[in-house]
Write a protein that binds this ligand. Structure first.
Ligand SMILES: Cc1cc2nc3c(=O)[nH]c(=O)nc-3n(C[C@H](O)[C@H](O)[C@H](O)COP(=O)(O)O)c2cc1C
Length: 191
């Protein structure tokens, strides 16, 4: 089974603006692989610049925020590539694309790390943080999943969430649940 680091990817748009998005970074024997589904701004930026920053964070509001249109998180310039990293990330990797596998649905970008830095210790995710990341993945796939499956998963995730959530996790959960509720309302009006 592949090991996937659930991370926050920062890339640069053509006009120099930052693009921030959650994405899995797959570990491979020779580095990290990013696999954005089309269409994707991250994909376009990777094709154009050939670089990205992979940020690791325990502030799960960033996962939830990006999925709910809140992409304005503080960044600082990177060390080696032209780009930015999250200001409060725990660790970041600056990567260059070595090879790119074209695909109509989900191209793959095989990357080498040119710089890595740890900024703060990582103490692991608690259950609420893991639950928020899972809910963010669900919320990014609402158009692909039946409402009953989402509802069922929310019920399960709520158990762990309720045991350990702090302020940041509550905020993130609220943003995601609002998105899911709004989406379900549009489903109801379509049926
Ligand atoms: C934890 C997490 C992991 C994700 N991993 C991926 C991924 O590997 N590939 C992908 O295309 N989208 C992934 N997504 C969904 C993207 O963040 C979302 O679809 C986003 O809009 C990508 O498009 P963008 O590059 O235009 O921002 C993930 C979302 C979350 C919350």
């Amino acid at each position: 089974m592949p090991f996937i680091r659930e991370s926050i990817i920062t890339t640069l748009h053509e006009d120099g603006q930052t693009h921030i998005t959650p994405m899995g970074a797959h570990e491979t024997p020779n580095g990290l692989m990013l696999a954005p589904f089309k269409p994707s701004a991250t994909l376009n930026n990777l094709l154009r610049t050939g670089t990205a920053t992979i940020n690791y964070t325990d502030d799960v509001r960033i996962f939830a925020g990006c999925i709910t249109g809140r992409r304005d998180w503080p960044t600082v310039p990177t060390e080696v590539i032209k780009g930015v990293r999250l200001e409060n990330c725990l660790t970041h990797n600056e990567v260059r694309v070595k090879t790119h596998q074209q695909n109509d649905i989900r191209p793959k970008f095989y990357c080498e790390t040119v710089f890595e830095q740890a900024h703060q210790p990582f103490h692991g995710y608690n259950r609420a943080q893991s639950a928020v990341i899972e809910l963010a993945i669900l919320a990014s796939r609402l158009h692909m999943l039946p409402e009953e499956k989402i509802q069922h998963e929310i019920e399960y995730l709520t158990i762990g969430f309720d045991k350990t959530a702090g302020d940041r996790e509550h905020q993130a959960w609220e943003w995601l649940m609002q998105k899911i509720t709004d989406f379900n309302e549009t489903r109801d009006t379509q049926t």
